[in-house]
Design a protein around this ligand. Structure first.
Ligand code: PLP
Length: 424
C-alpha cells in the first residue's frame, strides 16, 4: 500500500468507525425514545433543599418548586453552619487529596470520619470509598469469587448487581423480600452440596446474602431479624446496604439494627451522599473485615482518595446528625402525615416505613406525563421507569425531607391526586 492509499484507508476506516458508533448510538436512542425510556438531564439553578428552581427544555419557571425528589432526606446540604465548616475544610486541606488512600491520599479527616462512622453505627471499624456505588462493587467483588454463591434480593440496587457480576460468583436471585423463598434457595444449595460429595476435599463455596436495607424504588424495609436467623442457620454471610436507611431509619437514624433492636449484619454498607448530604460510601463491621477491604477491595485501592475537604464535611454533617435526632423524627412524622394525606385522596394504602413514597402509575408514558404536569404545578416528583423498575411498573417516586411543612405536604397530596385523576 503506498502512502496515499494508506491515508485514504485510514480516512475510510475512521468514517467506518464513526458509522458504526453513529448507528449503534442512534438505534439505542431511538429505541429508548419509542418506549418512553429516553432520559434527559434537568438543571437545578439552586442548591439542594426543599425548595428549588429548575430549568429544562419544556418548563421554565421563575418560581421556586417544591422538591419531593431528593435523597437529602434531612435537608443538610444547605445549612449555613455546615457549609461554613466545609468551606473552612477546603481552606485547611486544599482542593484535592493528591493520591490513593494507600499512597499519599490518606489524611486526618479520612481517619476521623471513619472513626465517627464506626461509632455512629455501633461497630468496631469503618472504611470509606469515593461513592456508595464503589463501596458495593468493591466489597462484594473482594468478598466473593467464582466458586462462591450470592443470594440477592430481586429488587437490589444496580451497584449490588454490578458488584455480583464483577465477583463472578454464582448468583441466585430470590423473590423480593420473600424470606421463605430465600430460605428455600439456601436449603436447596445445602442439599445439593451434601449430595455432591465426590470430592470431599473441594473448598466449600462461601455463601453471601445481600440486600438493600431500604429498597430505593419501593421504600420498603428488609427484614433484618429474619435475614440474620437465615444467615446463621445456613452458614451464610449477610450484607445489607443502608444507603437510604442511614439518617432515616431507627429513632436516631442509625439504621435497621436500631429499628428492629437486633444485631448488625456481618457487613453493612452505606453512603454519605443521601441523608448525610455529602459524597462517598462506607462499610462498617469488624476490624478484620475493614483491614481485609483496605487490602483487597479494588475500588478502594485503585482510585484517588476522596478530597479531605469532603471527608471533613461529611464528618461535620455526621456529627450534626448524631446531635440532632429530632431532625430524623421530624422526617418520620412528615412521611406518616404525607401518607395519611395520600390515603385521604385514595392514593396510598399504608404509611411508608422510610422516606420514599412510591405512587404507582403503571404505564411509562402516563407516569412521565403526570410528572410533567406536576412540574408545571410547582412540584418536582420524578417518574421512575424501566429499566430502573420493571416494565409496566412506572411510578411517581416522592421522597420527603425533614423540612417540608405540613401545609406543603397536604397541598402536594391534593395536587398529585388531581393530576392522576385527570388522566383516568
Ligand atoms: C441502595 C443504593 N445503594 C447504593 C447507592 C449508590 O450510592 P452513591 O450515590 O453514594 O454512589 C444508591 C444510590 O445512589 C442506592 O440507592
Amino acid at each position: 500500500m503506498d502512502y496515499f492509499n494508506e491515508v485514504d484507508y485510514l480516512v475510510f476506516k475512521k468514517k467506518m468507525d464513526n458509522d458504526i458508533l453513529d448507528k449503534f448510538t442512534k438505534d439505542a436512542l431511538n429505541e429508548a425514545f419509542s418506549n418512553n425510556t429516553y432520559r434527559t438531564l434537568r438543571t437545578m439553578e439552586t442548591p439542594e433543599s426543599s425548595h428549588v428552581k429548575i430549568r429544562n427544555a419544556k418548563v421554565y419557571t421563575e418560581h421556586e418548586q417544591i422538591l419531593l425528589a431528593s435523597n437529602s432526606y434531612l435537608d443538610l446540604a444547605n445549612i449555613p453552619e455546615l457549609k461554613q465548616a466545609m468551606a473552612q475544610a477546603v481552606l485547611d486541606w486544599g482542593t484535592g487529596s493528591g493520591g490513593a488512600r494507600l499512597t499519599t491520599g490518606n489524611k486526618t479527616p479520612h481517619e476521623e470520619l471513619e472513626n465517627e462512622l464506626a461509632k455512629f453505627k455501633g461497630e468496631d471499624a469503618a472504611i470509606t470509598f469515593n461513592t456508595g456505588y464503589m463501596a458495593n462493587v468493591g466489597t462484594i467483588s473482594a468478598l466473593c469469587g467464582k466458586n462462591d454463591i450470592i443470594f440477592s434480593d430481586a429488587l437490589n440496587h444496580a451497584s449490588i448487581i454490578d458488584g455480583i457480576r464483577l465477583s463472578r460468583a454464582k448468583c441466585i436471585v430470590y423473590k423480593h423480600n420473600d424470606m421463605a423463598d430465600l430460605e428455600h434457595a439456601l436449603r436447596k444449595v445445602g442439599a445439593e452440596a451434601t449430595g455432591n460429595s465426590q470430592s470431599p476435599n473441594a473448598p466449600k463455596p462461601k455463601m453471601l446474602i445481600v440486600t438493600d436495607a431500604v429498597f430505593s424504588m419501593d421504600g420498603d424495609l428488609a427484614n433484618l431479624p429474619e435475614l440474620l436467623r437465615i444467615a446463621r442457620t445456613y452458614n451464610s454471610l449477610l450484607m445489607i446496604d443502608e444507603a437510604h436507611a442511614t439518617g432515616v431509619i431507627g429513632r436516631t437514624g442509625r439504621g435497621l439494627a436500631e429499628h428492629y433492636n437486633c444485631k448488625h449484619a456481618d457487613v453493612t454498607v452505606g453512603t454519605l451522599s443521601k441523608a448525610i448530604a455529602c459524597e462517598g460510601g462506607f462499610v462498617v463491621g469488624k476490624k478484620q473485615l475493614i483491614e481485609f477491604l483496605k487490602n483487597k477491595s479494588r475500588s478502594f485501592i485503585f482510585t484517588t482518595a476522596m478530597s479531605p475537604a469532603m471527608a471533613a464535611g461529611a464528618l461535620n454533617n455526621l456529627r450534626f446528625l448524631a446531635n440532632h435526632p429530632e431532625r430524623v423524627q421530624q422526617l418520620q412524622e412528615n412521611v406518616k402525615f404525607f401518607c395519611e394525606c395520600l390515603h385521604h385522596e385514595g392514593l396510598c394504602e399504608s404509611t411508608s416505613p422510610s422516606a420514599i413514597v412510591p405512587i404507582i402509575i403503571g404505564d411509562e408514558a402516563a407516569a412521565l406525563e403526570a410528572s410533567a404536569m406536576l412540574l408545571e404545578r410547582g412540584y418536582v416528583i420524578p417518574a421512575i421507569r424501566y429499566p430502573t423498575v420493571a416494565k409496566g411498573h412506572a411510578r411517581l417516586r416522592a421522597s420527603l425531607m425533614a423540612t417540608h411543612t405540613k401545609e406543603e405536604l397536604q397541598t402536594a397530596a391534593a395536587v398529585i391526586a388531581q393530576v392522576i385523576k385527570s388522566k383516568k
